[in-house]
Structure formats: C-alpha cells, structure tokens
Design a protein around this ligand. Structure first.
Ligand code: FES
Length: 210
C-alpha cells in the first residue's frame, strides 16, 4: 500500500497552547502522572479543552528537578511541579482571558506542597541545554511518544518515505555513507560500507532489507 504524504498535522498542535508533562520514569516517581491528571481535570473543568492540549512527553532533560512541565508556545519550564500548583500555572498561560470558568483550586493533597510555581528562568540559555546538540533525541520532550500523529507531525518517517519512494537504492547508500553513521557495537562498523557490501551481493535479487 503506498505511503501517503504529506500527513495532516494533528489537531492537538492547532490549539493555541500545549502543556507538556514529562511522564517518564524520573518524573513519574515524583508524582508526575498526578500532575498531568490534575492539568487535564483543571482544563476540562474550566471548559478550555478547545484552547489547551495537555500531553505526556518524553524526558525533558532535567530529571533531577522533576516533575517537569513545559508550556508551548512560551517555552516556560516549570520544575518540581505539584498538583497543587496547577491552577497557578494555568492562570499564567498566554491564552485569551475569556476562560468560561476559573481553573479551580489546588486539590487537597497535603503531602504535596502547593508552593507558588515560577518558570525556570532563561530556559533557552541554560548551559545544560545550549551545550547540547540533539540528533536522535531531537523530539524527545516535544512529542507524545504514544501518539503517532505527534511523530508524523514532526516529520516522522520522512526519511523512510524518501528511501522507499524517491531515492534510488544507490543514492540511499551514498547518503548513509556520507553521513558517517557507524554501528553501535564495539567495532563501530561504518554503516554505509556495510550497506554497500550488502547491496552489491544482493544485486538482482528481489526484496528490501531494513
Ligand atoms: S524523567 Fe522527567 S525530565 Fe527526565
């Protein structure tokens, strides 16, 4: 069956605001799921589902400061978030202040401190992040790894589509060779060389090797 391109962006990305809640191990162990659930409840109760998306995302990178929550499009990053801080964070969102209802009160969770939240300042220039150049993990913390529409909207599978539908096999091997990609085993064998060897020996045979 032919692959369809381009994929339409998911409706979640069309809302003016997105709340990314890290729900990976480190943040989960610090009640990250309770934080996300509280955001969902508060947004729904306030009648703001059409304006705000609450998503689970992969690790945002500052695991020791979890649970972490990041706001789109402002980029504000909140650390050590508790369910009790959710109404305060929601009240700062850059969306029209015509919320049909208030974002609710802090839930009665005495074990989780509801101290006033402040976004981590200067997130975009923190050396921890600016010294990183993410390649394989470039979308980690930006998409919901359990929502394929999120991955497709981030151009997921574009390279596979190109390989299968647009580039001749020799050019695919050439691109991989030029990329310098190496195996992750002890030898770090050059992937382009491996693919070129396989392609040469497979010449004339049917099928594709992945
Ligand atoms: S596990 Fe949440 S930031 Fe890494």
């Amino acid at each position: 069956m032919p692959l369809q391109r381009p994929h339409p962006p998911p409706t979640s990305t069309q809302k003016p605001c997105r709340i990314r809640c890290c729900t990976v191990g480190g943040c989960l162990s610090a009640h990250g799921l309770a934080v996300k659930n509280q955001f969902e409840t508060a947004v729904t109760d306030a009648g703001m589902d059409a304006q705000i998306t609450v998503s689970s995302v992969g690790c945002l990178g500052l695991c020791s400061q979890g649970p972490l929550v990041q706001i789109d499009p402002s980029g504000d990053l909140y650390t050590n978030v508790t369910p009790g801080q959710v109404p305060q964070i929601l009240s700062t969102l850059p969306i029209p202040s015509s919320s049909p209802k208030p974002f609710g009160q802090a839930p009665p969770t005495p074990s989780l401190s509801p101290s006033p939240p402040l976004p981590t300042p200067l997130y975009s220039i923190l050396p921890f992040f600016t010294r990183q150049h993410r390649i394989v993990l470039e979308n980690c913390g930006r998409i919901d790894p359990e929502q394929i529409d999120d991955y497709l909207a981030a151009r997921g599978y574009d390279a596979l589509h190109q390989c299968l539908r647009e580039l001749p096999p020799a050019e695919v091997v050439e691109v991989i060779t030029r990329s310098g990609l190496r195996g992750r085993g002890g030898a770090g064998y050059p992937t382009g060389l491996k693919w070129a060897t396989v392609a040469k020996n497979a010449a004339g045979s049917e099928g594709r090797r992945v």
